[in-house]
Every structure is written in C-alpha cells, then in structure tokens.
Design a protein around this ligand. Structure first.
Ligand code: HOZ
Length: 419
C-alpha cells in the first residue's frame, strides 16, 4: 500500500502540530506506522491522500452512524449556509433540537447545547456540584469523559492507549475531588458511598464503555448505581456522548431502563458537526445561569450549522427505527468472524476484539491485560486489506448504516485472513 503522501504530510504536520495530529489517538502511536491523512469519505468508506480506500470502523469516533456525507444531512447543511453560520443569538432551530432530545430521552427535561463532549461533561459536573453543594465525584477506571481536568484520573481512550496514568497539568487539588473506582463492581461503589456518601456530588460513567474498548454493564450494575446515588442524595450522570442515539435511539438509558439525573450527549446528535448537549431534571437545570447562579456559556453554542445537521440526523433515525436492528445484525456478522481466541465485547454497533485475554473483559483491570502487540498486528493486517479499525486496543469500533453487505463481506474476509 502506497503511503508516501501521508508520510510527507505527517512530517510537515509534526513541526507545527504536536505529534502531527489534533487528537492523540489518531497518531497511531500505540500501533506504529504512518497515520493516514484522509481526503474524503463516502458512505462507509474513507479515501486517503494516496488514493487508498478503507471500510471505516471509526465513523469519526461515533458520529457517522449514517455514514460519510449522508445526503439528507448534507442537504440540510447546504440549506443553512444560505441563512448564516452563527448569530450569537437564539434561533428556533435550537428549540427544535432540544425538543427532539427531550422527546427521545425523557430524563432530559431540560437541555443545554454546547460544542463538544468535553464541555458537556465538564458542565454537567459543575451543575451537579452547584446543585448538591458537594465537591466529590466518582468516576470509573478506564472511562473517559473528555479532557476535563478533574476527570483525567485513571482515564481511558488516549490516556490508556499511550499509558499515561495521570496527566501533568492537573492541579492535585482538582484530582483529589475525584474517586476512581473499578467499573462493574457494586461492592466498590457501595464501599465508597459508605465512606464518603454525604460528600459525593455525582457519579459519572459511560453506561456502555467505549473508551477502554467496548465494555457492557453487568446485569444489575446500573440499577445498583441508581439506588445508591438516590439513597445518598448524589446525582447520577450518564455520559452518553458515545452511546446516545447509537446503542438505541434513546441511548443506553432507554436500552437498560435507567433514569439518570443528568446526561451528556454528543457525536451522533451533530450529524458529524461539532455539537454536544447536557441536560436532565428541570429542577437541577434551572440552577444554570441566567435562571440560577451556576455559570456556563459559549459563543458558538447552538450554532445553526451543527444544530441543523443534528436535526436532520435525528429526524432520519427517528423515521427509520429499523436501522438499529440492521446495525445489530451487521455488527454481529463482523464479530462472528473475530480471530480465534479473541474475546469479543459488543453492544449493538459498538464492539471490540480483545486479544490475549483469558476471560471476560469487564473493567480496566481485565482490559489492560490485553496483548496490545497482537492487537497492533491485527490493526495493520486490516489496514493493509482496506479495513480501518480504531488504532488502539482501548477504543471501540463503530459500524454504521452505510456498511452494506459488500462491506461486511469484505471485512469478514479480511479478518479471516489474519493469523
Ligand atoms: N478520544 C476519541 C476517542 N475516544 C478520539 C477522538 C479523535 O481522535 O478524533
């Protein structure tokens, strides 16, 4: 495979942009080799600057559930270009998107739009602290909630990929407001509440984890979490940036039947443009300025471009609920082809093959035992055959509605040829 132009661009980028990339996992550091510079996308495929085509299993890390350049989303974006890209003043479109979010996710009685998942989780956490008057947060080892200072403690995604335990630059005092517990352990959660219950503002988690690879909650885990947070007056925050409108139209909370107090959304809700949202119980959300005294703001928040793309995306998903069953079937076919010995974790269209583990992968302790060198060989074998999986053992793969039978068959054949 010719990668000459990508190599040239990497060299040029590296002198100017740290690692040559604007988000660390893209740099291929844990798998080695040259990150591919992309030129365009079409449906389930991406094409790089050297003319190589790839069946895409990152989908922009989640947003592209309908594939690249999905026509209704593209048309909606073209339409809004005629009226303006940002006003810094409210528009009716923002209400439409907020209504769609509330209708799909009943626990979100009120919503605030922001620009990224990081902003959404940072804001939700501030609101939880402001509402409860408490400072401590519980998060889970291997979960990632964007690069919020206090949440970069034992974090997944790029931190897990690069082996950075705790990032420099976060004041100790911030990190000390966070307790990191093992995922899927009711025992650890209850013990933390026994010790610190009256100080815990919130528990934040990925209800299905995507950032240490894909990990599902064990039966009863989310229920226990709901119960213990309620008992101690702490807020339960579901970070559904990855899972929202992905594992089901109403997100993981609809799939598992749990009502969190606050939720964060991103990725799919922007149709591929930068947007995110947080929201929850009206009683809590009314504490936010200008109604209350918890401050959060943003110049480009609710900008018409991203809002319009999001509306088009959600309209299509709502009108075609059968998409979720189709995604499930297609992802099951890909997972059925997993190399011998790999442990397969999958929830709907999110999945991971864990290499070299000898039992179920349910938390960071079991995930980190994975043979990352073998994963790297798998990743490159797939890339050579034109299949682009996430360049990290600790990131979930995403399949979309544009993955047709031909793409699935080609993926299955590529996986089958890996030894
Ligand atoms: N942290 C993102 C995945 N969990 C990667 C984002 C990107 O590189 O675009």
């Amino acid at each position: 495979m010719n990668t000459q132009r990508s190599e040239q661009l990497l060299e040029r980028a590296q002198s100017l942009i740290p690692g040559g990339v604007n988000s660390p996992v893209r740099a291929f550091r844990s798998v080695g080799g040259t990150p591919r510079f992309m030129e365009r996308g079409e449906g389930c495929r991406m094409f790089d600057v050297d003319g190589n085509a790839y069946i895409d299993y990152i989908g922009s890390w989640g947003p592209l559930i309908l594939g690249h350049r999905f026509p209704p989303v593209m048309d909606a974006i073209r339409g809004v270009l005629e009226v303006g890209t940002s006003f810094g003043a409210p528009t009716e479109r923002e209400i439409v998107l907020a209504e769609m979010l509330r209708d799909a996710v009943p626990s979100m009685e009120m919503v605030r739009l922001v620009n990224s998942g990081t902003e959404a989780t940072m804001s939700a956490l501030r609101v939880a602290r402001g509402f409860t008057g408490r400072d401590l947060t519980i998060k889970f080892e291997g979960c990632y909630h964007g690069h919020v200072d206090s949440l970069l403690v034992k974090a997944g995604s790029g931190m897990a990929t690069l082996g950075i335990a705790d990032t420099a630059g976060v004041p100790k005092a911030f990190a000390e407001t966070t307790l990191a517990l093992p995922y899927n352990s009711v025992e650890a959660l209850e013990a933390a509440f026994r010790e610190h219950g009256d100080k815990i503002a919130a528990v934040i988690l990925e209800p299905v984890v995507g950032n240490m690879g894909c990990i599902a909650p064990q039966p009863g885990y989310l229920e226990a979490m709901r119960k213990v947070t309620q008992k101690h007056g702490s807020l339960l925050i579901f970070d559904e940036v990855m899972t929202g409108f992905r594992v089901s139209f109403g997100g993981a909370q609809a799939l598992y039947g749990i009502h969190p107090d606050l939720s964060t959304f991103g990725k799919v809700i922007g149709g591929g443009l930068p947007i995110a949202a947080y929201g929850g119980r009206a009683e809590i959300m009314r504490k936010i300025a200008p109604v209350g005294n918890i401050y959060q703001a943003g110049t480009l928040s609710g900008n018409p471009l991203a809002v319009t793309a999001g509306i088009a995306m959600l309209r299509h998903l709502k009108a075609h609920p059968e998409i979720y069953a189709q995604l499930d079937t297609a992802a099951a076919s890909v997972c059925a082809a997993a190399p011998a010995g790999a442990v397969v974790n999958r929830v709907g269209s999110m999945f991971t093959f864990f290499f070299g583990v000898d039992g179920p992968v349910v938390d960071w302790d079991t995930a980190k035992k994975a043979d990352t060198a073998r994963f790297g060989r798998f990743f490159h074998a797939m890339l050579e055959r034109g299949v682009y999986f996430p360049p990290s053992q600790f990131e979930a793969a995403f399949l979309g509605a544009a993955h047709d039978e031909e793409a699935i068959a080609a993926t299955v054949a590529a996986i089958a040829s890996f030894e």
